[in-house]
Design a protein around this ligand. Structure first.
Ligand code: ZN
Ligand code: ZN
Length: 178
């Protein structure tokens, strides 16, 4: 997802370019499997120091359910808005002072904006901590590992700790009586 912004960097503040995004076979991150195309829309707008790049993408991720460990497909809509600053002056070709703000992305020395890293970060931020194959996923039996979405297993339900303490007291009591 590369955009040449040499002309845009020479344009007055407020000038913008818009593009549709339609990418096949996107690899965003080694831990993120994208299924099918990534589509969206991006606007690159000239601001004082560089460019404001905003828009949205739609993609489907192959995720693993936190509860039952099954893989499932999660469609996502992710908005983004990031600032890109030049590393090279577009008029003189001279290097610019280094960008010392972490949240600002670089426009490389060939005046290219690479959206991939910005989209990767925004997709990661949009991912929930707990990913569920469905809202009411029953998960796996902690004793035998059976997928409880497929029905109950043979295991006895785990006894609540307070109940087992009580059971032990009762048992001790009956032992001392005998
Ligand atoms: Zn699940
Ligand atoms: Zn079980």
């Amino acid at each position: 997802m590369l955009y040449n912004v040499a002309q845009l960097m020479k344009a007055p503040v407020g000038t913008s370019l818009v593009y549709d995004i339609d990418e096949e076979d996107v690899q965003l991150d080694s831990d993120l499997k994208v299924i099918g195309p990534l589509t969206g829309h991006v606007r690159l707008r000239r601001i004082n120091q560089g460019l404001l790049v905003d828009g949205w993408v739609e993609l489907t991720l192959d995720l693993t359910c936190t509860r039952c460990l099954k893989e499932f497909e999660q469609p996502m809509h992710v908005d983004f808005a990031e600032q890109f600053n030049p590393t090279v002056d577009v008029l003189t070709g001279l290097p610019m002072p280094p960008i010392d703000e972490e949240e600002i992305f670089p426009i490389d020395e060939h005046h290219l904006v690479d959206l991939t890293e910005a989209i990767r970060q925004n997709v990661l931020l949009a991912l929930p901590m707990v990913t569920l194959c469905r809202e009411d996923c029953k998960g796996l039996c902690p004793q035998c590992g059976h997928d409880l979405n497929l029905g109950p297993c043979e295991c006895q339900p785990e006894v609540d700790t307070r109940m087992s303490v009580l059971a032990k007291l009762l048992q001790d009591g009956s032992n001392s009586e005998s």
